[in-house]
Design a protein around this ligand. Structure first.
Ligand code: NAD
Length: 489
């Protein structure tokens, strides 16, 4: 395997990763620019490596490579693509330790989360895409006419920092399943997991030009992907503000986009719910990945009659999730960056002005000096029109909002510009179904339902456009063609 990194060495105890090349047309090549970005471990605030920030020239080369790969890659048989996805999944398993270590270093997630959430999500997307493809039909006889599903063309993928293997893998797996060559630009803050993915594709022999990695800034490579005439489809995951720009750029050439954006998801606790169980669920939403999860429930709706007992349960459960060094596997690690820490602090300050602080607050947890750690924070007496109830905070912060009737709970839950996820906790099946059906969100979970990687993921309203995961994810990378008069066999 050709090496991707220029140097990888231990500086004292620190593993330095200097990944200064892009992967274009099946080769690691030097950047044409000379801008370098340092990558910081958020738990230690130490530099752990570097990447090159690519240029438009680098991007043009990657687009050309993808376009050259398109004619043959888009015509590979379904069986070949299934085989490729399975080989990727197998090699991904071989790289498990590297993936877990890398995500712990670059994102600061505790090792258990790096393994059970980040590593597993990436693995599941590749193996699920192979599975979904088995029964996927690229040609359908619909009585009077035939529908063919053609590969959309070349796809540009732009991903955020909070799930370095999930967002990248779901997009790449779906694109490969559909036969679409891709150009990936991962987030500059957490770029190393994508390097490992690239090494995996290189090792299993993904055809030249079918996968290209160009590291870089949002303003150059991200903007370049969304506006590039050689890119037919753009799949973006990130903030709403950038999502709008991506859509605007793509609209110039009427290119299709899929947008996976933010959320302010409700967790509706019903009268008959187990209070402690529901409180534990509420806390786990802000603990997992330090609350840096687009689908996290960050508005907890509790019946007024349950307010006091729920607050007590939250106070009892929260200490089960201590904040600390992700390498020691405490449950809550740091936020990803100083910038994210500052943003979260400003929302906590805002919350202290508009609501009642139940637990947590501004500043670092006691005894912590280094690392972008924040205190898990719960506000109560929150009104749904407060800033902390309407804006995505993306940190370990949640709001308790009370309601009197189920109808009122549904109204509050839907009173948001977002619609990514929803959660409902309780016993009575009829009420659970009533609430789940009424929530205007792309994914609703009843009690502690298990994850399902075949189930579509995506948002209503300003949470996005399109769906990822499983067969719905594959469809995003296809164009529909109707053929009238297709000869019958
Ligand atoms: P972001 O929008 O700042 O950045 C996302 C990506 O876009 C990065 O790779 C960035 O470099 C790039 N980018 C920046 N400016 C760009 C531009 N002008 N044109 C094109 N690309 C550009 O988001 P973030 O801070 O990395 O991620 C957090 C956000 O992502 C949150 O809002 C979160 O809810 C959202 N998110 C959504 C989902 C989902 O599936 N719905 C999943 C994860 C994260």
């Amino acid at each position: 395997m050709e090496r991707s990194e220029n140097i990888i060495h231990n500086k004292g105890d620190i593993m330095m990763r200097n990944y200064l090349k892009h992967y274009i047309n099946g080769e690691w090549i030097e950047s044409t620019g000379n801008e370098i970005e340092e990558v910081i471990n958020p738990a230690t605030e130490e530099v752990i490596g570097k990447i090159s920030l690519g240029t438009n020239e680098d991007l043009d080369k990657a687009v050309q490579a993808a376009r050259d790969a398109f004619p043959s890659f888009s015509q590979t048989s379904k069986e070949k693509r299934i085989e490729l996805l399975k080989e990727i999944a197998a090699e991904y398993e071989n790289r498990k330790e590297d993936i877990v270590e890398t995500i712990t270093d670059e994102l600061g997630s505790p090792k258990s989360i790096s393994e059970n959430v980040h590593y597993m999500m990436g693995y599941n997307h590749f193996s699920q895409a192979a599975e979904s493809l088995k029964n996927f039909s690229f040609i359908e006889d619909r009585g009077g006419h035939t529908v063919m599903k053609d590969t959309v063309g070349v796809s540009g993928l732009i991903t955020p920092w909070n799930f370095p293997t999930n967002q990248t893998s779901t997009k790449i797996a779906s694109a490969f399943a559909a036969g679409s060559p891709v150009i990936l630009k991962p987030a500059e803050v957490t770029p190393f997991a994508a390097i490992i993915l690239t090494e995996i594709f290189d090792k299993v022999g993904v055809p030249k030009g079918a996968f290209n990695l160009v590291n870089g800034s949002g303003s150059v490579i991200g903007d370049g992907i969304s506006s590039h005439p050689g890119i037919d489809f753009v799949s973006f995951t990130g903030s709403g503000a950038v999502g709008k720009k991506v859509m605007q750029n793509a609209s110039e050439r009427i290119a299709n986009v899929a947008l996976e954006l933010g959320g302010k998801s409700p967790l509706v606790v019903l009268e008959d719910a187990d209070v402690e169980e529901a409180a534990r669920a509420a806390v786990s939403h802000i603990a997992t990945n330090s609350g840096q999860v687009c689908s996290a429930a960050t508005r907890v709706l509790v019946p007024s009659s349950m307010k006091k007992s729920f607050e007590e349960a939250v106070q009892k459960v929260l200490p089960e999730y201590p904040v600390g060094n992700p390498r020691e596997d405490n449950h809550i690690g740091p936020l990803v960056s100083q910038k994210q820490w500052d943003t979260v602090q400003s929302y906590i300050k805002k919350g202290q002005e508009e609501a009642t602080l139940l637990v947590g607050g501004t500043g670092k947890p006691e005894g912590v000096e280094k690392g972008y750690y924040a205190k898990p924070t719960v506000f109560t007496d929150v009104d749904n029109d407060m800033v902390i109830a309407q804006e995505e905070i993306f940190g370990p912060v949640t709001c308790l909002i009370t309601y009197d009737t189920v109808e009122e709970a549904i109204e509050i839950a839907n009173d948001t510009k977002y619609g990514l996820a929803g959660y409902v906790f309780g016993e009575d099946e009829q009420t659970l179904v009533k609430v789940a059906s009424a929530l205007k969100a792309g994914r609703v979970k009843i009690n502690d339902a298990k994850a399902d990687f075949a189930a579509p993921f995506g948002g209503y309203k300003q949470s996005g456009i399109g769906r990822e995961w499983g067969d719905y994810g594959i469809k995003e990378y296809l164009e529909i063609k109707t053929i009238l008069g297709y000869p019958k066999k």
